[in-house]
Write a protein of this length. Sequence first.
Length: 342
Amino acid sequence: MKIWFDILTPKQYLFFEYFIQKFRKQHKIISTTRRYQQVNGIRKFGTINPVIIGKHGGKNNADKLLASLDRTKLLTKKIEKEKPDLLVSFCSPEGTRVAYGLGIPHIAFSDSPQAKAVMKLSLPYVTKLLTPWIFSKDDFKEFGINSRDIIQYRSIDAGIIIKNYKKKKESKSSKRKTILIRPEESEAAYIKKNSVTKKIIEKIISDFPNEEKIILSRYKGQTEELKRNFNGKIKIISKPVSGQEILSKVDCIIGSGGTMTAEAGLLGIPTISLNAVPNRIEDYLVKNKIVVRSESPNRISREIFQALNDENVMKKRKQKARKLLSSFEDPHQVLLRTIRAL
């Protein structure tokens, strides 16, 4: 069988890498992506090298639409030539349109029913949707997919990414404790003087002068704003990094509720979520006491102090995370069963 994976984000790259490594032993794999710094930069840390077709459209709606239309045309030429038997994507709008137009079955994954535009552009046309059991089938009902075509699996996507981590010996050489801050997606938050994240960073710099403090920035504009506010006071990393590599070196992380927040929590690293984009995965991890949610600079400072100084708390968190991680099923098996049933 020839299987096509369309990969649009760093999270999708890390998630699908696990499946591709398993499938490529018996099947022909085609993988495609788009020109997008966040994805292209992460490829050097992985084992798959998707073909770049088209580009990310940026922030402007008209630019996004034009980039998507151009990419759909380019993908059509590529895929018509390759003739795959199946598309697997994370609800790629362009991949969906091409697969539907060329009559290719499409199995999609999603843990983001809140991404309504993407859902509306993809779910009416997918063959099957695979989603974590945390999400009800009703969460996707408004997007035009029959509930019979939705298959739930008992795992969350960050757990799959961790499962694919290469085993390494712990090699934390520095005696200084390391605090990692992963800001939210929105660049606008840094333009506002009353940004909660800005106040949190200021509090951490003030309360932990002797610890190593790192901000993992996302975009050029965000990096520039961070440098204007904090240059010389905190280390700012703007280039894509290996999540496994950086998480192996930190003692505490303040995240925005996304994939890295979930990964850190499931690895047993003391994790505080700012819940920048409320989502069901973050809710689940907070309820299971894998992640602490707060936007209060004072409470976050107290949580960091406890994480850096109370070894018993650290030990309990790691045990709880390991137990939860071991309870997850392998969605590769779910995907295999779904393919066989097509």
